[in-house]
Unconditional design. Structure first.
Length: 265
């Protein structure tokens, strides 16, 4: 199936209080090839629709009359029926605190307003990577045997990472809330890959990486660092700690697939 055909088959719930913005976003979606769009103006309307309708993707504005994208996403993630729902934010919000909360909850993409049809098309392709469950191709490795340790203090962020990995055919990983807990798991069993967040209490991702690299037993394990940091100097410091690859948060499945191919082959 081509990307265009797959995008045309996507069903989308758009949560946007402004009629004008709804029309503009639907126009961009139509230009990208999307034909199935349901709309809601409030958080309550969106949740009521999700009770009976499971779209491939929720596209949400940041603020509504009865809540925010963060409160909506928390409710979605706390319900078993919808906890794995793919979710995209469309907002001109620049507050790092708000955006970081949404990243930790597993937002697929954050698109600024205004955005182009090309930007929405790229984000839709990232959605397709998650829902198509396309397995990663590793030339010399059977991904179904891959033993992965996922380290993140946010349960929602871990669930998002696990979902992306599962879409590649990688079995359920072991989870840890911080570097200290990760080291306990590492000393109890063997792993082929560590996927870790950077910002964590107790022991952060950089400290965990340095601890792993200084160990005779664990130093060979590839490490994929997930970070929302955009500062080049900061990223350079992370790289120097000994990670094999650094991935943005929220990360796109295609990026993860490419990085895994690079560090595992």
């Amino acid at each position: 199936m081509s990307d265009l055909t797959a995008i045309a088959n996507l069903s989308i719930l758009l949560v946007e209080p402004s009629d004008v913005q709804q029309k503009l976003i639907i126009k961009s979606l139509t230009q990208s090839g999307v034909t199935q769009v349901e709309t809601a103006s409030t958080q309550a309307q969106a949740l009521a629709l999700l009770d009976n309708y499971q779209p491939d993707l929720v596209i949400s504005s940041m603020y509504f009359s009865d809540g925010t994208a963060d409160s909506l996403l928390q409710k979605i993630r706390s319900t078993p029926q919808t906890e794995h729902q793919a979710f995209m934010l469309v907002s001109s919000e620049r507050n790092k605190k708000y955006l970081e909360q949404l990243r930790q909850s597993g937002v697929l993409a954050i698109l600024p307003k205004p955005f182009s049809a090309e930007a929405i098309t790229r984000a839709l392709k990232a959605t397709l990577d998650i829902i198509s469950e396309e397995e990663v191709e590793l030339e010399h490795f059977d991904v179904t045997l891959l033993r992965v340790l996922v380290v993140d203090d946010s349960r929602f962020a871990r669930k998002h990472i696990i979902r992306v990995l599962a879409g590649m055919g990688i079995p359920a990983p072991v989870e840890a809330e911080d570097g200290k807990q990760a080291m306990v798991h590492l000393n109890e069993q063997s792993f082929d890959l560590i996927v870790t967040d950077y910002n964590m209490p107790e022991m952060d991702g950089k400290e965990l990486t340095e601890t792993v690299r200084s160990s005779n037993i664990h130093s060979h394990i590839p490490i994929l660092m997930v970070s929302s940091e955009a500062n080049d100097t900061h990223l350079a410091n992370i790289a120097q700690a000994g990670v094999d690859a650094i991935c943005d948060k929220p990360f796109e499945p295609a990026t993860v697939r490419e990085l895994l191919s690079k560090i595992m082959s």
